[in-house]
Design a protein around this ligand. Structure first.
Ligand SMILES: [Fe+2]
Length: 341
């Protein structure tokens, strides 16, 4: 009886205390390589990891509906805008430890979430159909000009990657100028927006479009041969190009994570985040997903490094990725208004 009373008192004062040394991760990253990292973390720390994986919309709905009863400790996803919007709903707590602060550049994190890997959303073009004059010094802003009419391919406006790209344009150029830009850009589409990022690269390779916008890791994934010989050959037919190299740099985005406000294992969650930022983990991530490391002085995968993708491009470090969530809603409005399917 006395024992029960002591435990009850303890739980009254420490309601978030958990007896199990565990960590519950909700993730939309469908990479076996992530699981290998979690297993390694468990073997080092003894902290057991439970994984709930699924699509972002379903995971977020579940965490919001479960409220304070949710088992989720850490939400891992892609796109800074998505993390920012989830944070605005009050779902995260401050999880930026001194180690995270020291390792992740400020523009790739907020107070409540952090990037764990980076990607650039850039141009892939057909060398035989795009002149050197056209590509030289190209900026995202130029893609609304009439010389690109019927030549550009990009996925639909419901792609959060596109919403973040347009949000970054709003952040830099304002709403009115971006509206003008979106209207011109949509007129330049070679086909109705469809398919994923690899599909855009395939469309340039097959001659359906002259220029595609896609994330860097999809191109490397195609080059790796993991998506088959046809996609590997298609990737070889296109040339990557980093826009805005004479001004703010190429549009960057992240894979990232935040610790839930209601987490009962928040110290373990921070431990995992710090583990993901170690040299070994960063190398493991970039060699399996072809993203860029978020921590400096780590080499990207050979397929990235040995192509013109390299690591020596100007990244947009002037637009903090946390700004994407501020402008994403407005971005989508402009995209839909312009008829971007
Ligand atoms: Fe992706």
């Amino acid at each position: 009886m006395k024992k029960i009373l002591i435990i009850s008192c303890f739980l009254f004062f420490f309601p978030n205390f958990t007896f199990a040394n565990e960590l519950n991760i909700f993730t939309s990253r469908h990479y076996d390589s992530d699981i290998q990292l979690y297993e390694k973390f468990t073997s080092i720390t003894g902290i057991k990891i439970n994984i709930i994986s699924g699509e972002d919309a379903a995971l977020e709905k579940r965490m919001i509906e479960e409220g304070k009863d949710t088992k989720a400790d850490l939400y891992i996803t892609a796109d800074a805008g998505r993390l920012g919007l989830f944070d605005k709903k009050g779902m995260f707590q401050n999880s930026i430890s001194p180690i995270i602060k020291a390792k992740v550049p400020e523009n790739f994190r907020s107070d409540n979430w952090t990037g764990i890997a980076k990607r650039a959303r850039i141009i892939f073009y057909a060398k035989d159909r795009v002149s050197s004059d056209e590509i030289k010094n190209l900026r995202y802003e130029d893609l609304s000009k009439p010389n690109w009419k019927n030549r550009i391919t990009i996925r639909q406006s419901n792609s959060i990657y596109n919403q973040s790209l347009v949000a970054s344009l709003i952040s830099n150029n304002g709403i009115a100028k971006t509206e003008e830009w979106v209207n011109g850009f949509v007129k330049n589409f070679a086909r109705d927006p469809q398919d994923n990022d690899r599909g855009q690269i395939l469309a340039v390779a097959s001659g359906e479009a002259d220029l595609a916008i896609a994330n860097t890791y999809y191109y490397a994934l195609m080059l790796s041969g993991q998506k088959g010989k046809d996609q590997q050959e298609a990737a070889k037919k296109v040339t990557p190009f980093f826009p805005n190299q004479n001004d703010r740099g190429a549009h960057m985005n992240i894979s990232g994570a935040g610790v839930l406000k209601t987490s009962k294992n928040h110290e373990n969650a921070i431990k995992l985040l710090e583990f993901l930022l170690t040299k070994e983990s960063q190398e493991h991530i970039v060699n399996n997903t072809f993203e860029y490391p978020i921590v400096e002085n780590i080499e990207p995968n050979k397929l990235i490094k040995n192509t013109s993708l390299g690591n020596n491009f100007i990244q947009d470090l002037k637009t903090p990725v946390k700004e994407y969530s501020i402008f994403q809603e407005e971005a989508l409005k402009l995209m839909l208004k312009a008829g971007w399917k």
